[in-house]
Design a protein around this ligand. Structure first.
Ligand SMILES: *Cc1c(COP(=O)(O)O)cnc(C)c1O
Length: 353
């Protein structure tokens, strides 16, 4: 969704954005207080609002590099001072979510130490990778990551705690905002993805570690500053989060018109649960190239290039299927998408006959 601007805001959120924009605040106080509110919603001890999840990763890492030494905050990235350390990340988690996660780690001042292979990693390998230079371990919870043959969060948490290494969890796009703070020492969320707030990010976690990151708001974090309007918008989005969350039943109901497409030769539609285990069901459109006279990749591209650009979840289009995510579309949108797929495949049939 990031390529389409991530999410849309509710009227309540926009109203509070305007409130924040139109008034003055004692900013230090606002940053501190808003952090406390965020922490409350996430079941964390403390939190900081940033302008993106990427910024939250960098800020978390910067804090782990400088720890209590506030003087080093001004010397981050300065080779004349001891401002280095390594963050361990599993190779299958070293992803590009639109930008490489490793760049954000380096932005925070740490080296990136990959562990495991592109298709597997074990808790023992994680243990073996830890050295005196290790300042943290980053677990990326995302559909972009390799899912199979990877240790669970519980397993890496056990290794981290045994070695006194803080566990960071990048849960940027996760729907479950309540559980991760109890699993990780620091957790990262996007404010605009599942939470559907304005462009923003959240760094939350144990107070000790948030306290390490806090001084960086007057260092590297200045380049990641979040505006007062975004703070008010995000708080409102969080306040309304549970009430606006769509149940799987609601999503399934919304997708119903899509099933009509199964009547077309070469097309079949099923409902697929989210691969990362979130409460999302998506409509999967399977395109049998021979029967439909179109490859799924062609259908996906034509959808993008129509009068209304329709973006699908097309990571597997080369394998012959793509998904429709119901969360950010209305029932009318689903009807439009259905008609457009009918048109595209209908034309293909005409060409053939
Ligand atoms: C989207 C995403 C990010 C980055 O979020 P921004 O707010 O756009 O910086 C980081 N990590 C993961 C896993 C993501 O999905």
């Amino acid at each position: 969704m990031s390529i389409l601007g991530v999410s849309t805001l509710s009227d309540a959120v926009v109203d509070q954005l305007a409130y924040g924009a139109k008034n003055y605040f004692e900013m230090e106080e606002l940053v501190k207080k808003s952090g406390e509110v965020i922490a409350y919603y996430l079941n964390a001890e403390a939190a900081i609002i940033t302008n993106s999840a990427s910024a939250a990763i960098a800020l978390a890492v910067a804090g782990l590099i400088t720890k209590k030494d506030k003087m080093l905050v001004d010397k981050l990235h300065d080779k004349n001072y001891k401002t280095n350390g390594e963050i361990i990340v599993m190779k299958g988690h070293n992803i590009n979510y639109g930008a490489p996660v490793e760049v954000m780690i380096r932005l925070g001042g740490a080296e990136v130490k990959e562990v495991g292979y592109s298709n597997m990693c074990s808790a023992d390998q994680v243990q073996a990778a830890i050295t005196n230079e290790t300042v943290g371990f980053l677990y990326v919870k995302s559909h972009h990551c390799v899912q199979k043959n990877m240790p669970s969060i519980d397993q890496v948490q056990e290794v981290c705690h045994r070695n006194g290494i803080p566990l960071l969890i990048d849960a940027a796009a996760e729907e479950d905002i309540h559980s991760y703070a109890s699993l990780g020492d620091l957790v990262i969320f996007s404010g605009s993805k599942a939470i559907e707030g304005p462009t923003s990010g959240i760094l939350a976690g144990k107070k000790q570690y948030i306290d390490y990151s806090f001084p960086h708001l007057k260092g590297i974090g200045r380049a990641m500053k979040v505006g007062k309007e975004s703070i008010f918008g995000l708080l409102t989005a969080l306040e309304n989060y549970e009430s606006t969350k769509q149940s799987v039943d609601f999503q399934t109901e919304k997708l119903k018109p899509l099933y009509k497409l199964s009547e077309i030769k070469g097309i079949s539609v099923t409902c697929i649960n989210d691969e990362a285990g979130r409460d999302i069901c998506r409509g999967r459109i399977m395109v049998n190239e021979k029967e439909a006279n179109r490859h799924a990749v062609e259908v996906v591209n034509e959808l993008k290039n129509g009068e209304v650009a329709i973006y699908t979840r097309d990571y597997h289009a080369t394998e012959g299927h793509f998904d429709i995510d119901p969360r950010s579309v209305t029932k009318d949108d689903i009807l439009l998408i259905t008609r457009r797929i009918e048109e595209i495949v209908g034309e293909a049939h005409e060409v053939k006959s």
